[in-house]
Design a protein around this ligand. Structure first.
Ligand code: NAI
Ligand code: MG
Length: 367
């Protein structure tokens, strides 16, 4: 029997999580998945209850679980406390403690929302790309790091970008295999674009070379291309549909995945997965705790509900159940239901709904 640990967190976390759990319970019954749900504390609610943003008990239960579903953490309430006790620290710690080195962020445009984006419809209609970002290495974790005082009294900040071939190979494998699966499902040929700055950074020269060798040795059916990170930023805006799977390191992935998210209009629609080597993972919406709208029942729960679909797909290999959720979301959008973040006021026939109404509408499609 498989266990899922749900960590609602702060701000809109509890509201969106309630809806996602309802959907998860419904598919669990419908498809007889045999999943058991537990809940725990992380972030500001954990700080309030225990003084720690990631209590030891939560970490142990997360290790024991097969997957973690997370809402969001943080908010101005905890701004004043020392850095190591901030809610966001709980999130960084759980990612690194669980060894979640592969971050998958989908930028998929639902055709119903083509006008919610600031990009021209013809550029983005049909967009469905996946960014595979290395999450536990690179310049965010490299040593040495710090701020030092030079002999002339001037201060100097420094960080170190490091990647070893084993780190590059394991994220490369994830990207190539996802490209194969996606191509199979879509009836297209598999392609991966690896993003680097091999022209100026030796570490990414090794990245590029390692990707080439991996592709030649094991994934000759996947077309591999390379692009410099700065050009990739431009190409994402100019012609995002040229990409299917993009693979990159921690720093470039952080920036590119936020940029790609915005192509689709609202952060309220975007799920993510962070996986370890065994495929165990943590699933969460791309957005934060949205303190500005918390407690008002207006948050969009779809990013969290779609994160449940990713969890069923990647950790539990339940593609049919995953697609059932995605289909239900699509049907609810077809019905014209919109939370305020995806409401296009110039369009007629749309129905503005709250968080709970949106979640329950998805649920109704599944039971
Ligand atoms: P945010 O993503 O929480 O909010 C940005 C904007 O998007 C806000 O206007 C918010 O109302 C809106 N928004 C976000 N999610 C929405 C949803 N589901 N439906 C409708 N509108 C939505 O980012 P922000 O404001 O920078 O950060 C707020 C807090 O969240 C901070 O404490 C930050 O550290 C934390 N945070 C937590 C993350 C996580 O838990 N994974 C990720 C990003 C930020
Ligand atoms: Mg970021």
């Amino acid at each position: 029997m498989a266990t899922i640990l749900t960590l609602a967190g702060d701000g809109i976390g509890p509201e969106i999580m309630t809806q996602a759990i309802d959907v998860l319970n419904a598919v669990n019954d419908k498809f007889a998945l045999g999943l058991t749900l537990e809940s725990g504390l992380i972030g500001g609610v954990a700080v309030d209850a225990t003084g720690e943003p990631l209590p030891e008990e939560t970490l142990q239960r997360a290790r024991a679980a097969d997957a973690v579903l997370l809402g969001a953490v943080g908010g101005p309430k905890w701004d004043g406390i020392e850095r190591s006790k901030r809610p966001e620290r709980g999130l960084l710690k759980i990612r690194s403690e669980l060894g979640l080195f592969a971050n998958l962020r989908v930028a998929k445009l639902y055709p119903q929302l083509v006008n919610a984006s600031s990009i021209k419809p013809e550029i983005i209609s049909g967009l469905d790309l996946l960014i595979v970002r290395e999450l536990t290495g690179g310049i965010y974790f490299g040593e040495p790091r710090g701020i030092r005082t030079l002999e002339n009294g001037e201060q100097q900040g420094y960080n170190t970008m490091v990647y070893s071939t084993s780190e590059i190979n394991r994220i490369g494998k994830v990207a190539f295999e996802l490209a194969q699966t996606r191509a199979q499902a879509a009836g297209t040929s598999a392609k991966v674009c690896s993003i680097d700055k091999a022209n100026v950074l030796e570490v990414t020269e090794l990245w590029k070379q390692t990707m080439i060798e991996l592709q030649q040795a094991q994934y000759s059916d996947v077309a591999l291309s390379h692009m410099y990170a700065d050009n990739a930023c431009m190409q994402l805006i100019k012609d995002p549909k040229q990409f299917d799977v993009m693979v990159t390191g921690n720093l470039f992935g952080d920036i590119l995945s936020d940029e790609a998210a915005m192509l689709t209009g609202s952060i309220g629609m975007l799920p993510s997965a962070s996986l370890d080597e065994a495929g165990k993972g943590m699933y969460e919406p791309c957005h934060g705790s949205a303190p500005d709208i918390a407690g008002q029942d207006i948050a969009n729960p779809l990013a969290t509900i779609l994160s449940v679909a990713m969890m069923l797909r990647y950790t539990f290999k339940q593609e049919v159940a995953a697609q059932a959720i995605e289909q239900a979301v699509s049907e609810v959008l077809d019905d014209g239901l919109r939370t305020v973040d995806i409401l296009d006021r110039s369009e007629t026939g749309l129905i503005q709904v709250g968080c709970q109404q949106m979640g329950q509408a998805v649920l109704a499609k599944l039971v």
